[in-house]
Design a protein around this ligand. Sequence first.
Ligand SMILES: [Zn+2]
Length: 111
Amino acid sequence: MTTKAIKILQKNKKGYVLIVESGRIDHAHHAGNAYGALTDTIELSKAVQAADDLTNDSDTLILGTADHSHVFTIAGYPVRANQILGKVKETDGKGGNKGFSLAADNLPYTN
Ligand SMILES: [Zn+2]
């Protein structure tokens, strides 16, 4: 969508302003969906790259900003290299892991 928008707007000799929003990052954060927030952030990065590829730095300003933010919380005390979207594996305190960490309901939980 960013590429198409720029190609259309570049026909205007007076210049243009284009605002590209990636609101699904926020929706994912509100839903506690880390996967959605991370993957949509990657998509926003691709949109910025597309805009940079199609424009000239001498006459184009690309800004990245947010209207608000959310924290990205890591739950529990996972072992090093625990998959960010996986279930928390508990450390044994000696560099190994003791298997899945369990919540109060005796079930494993995600980071
Ligand atoms: Zn929000």
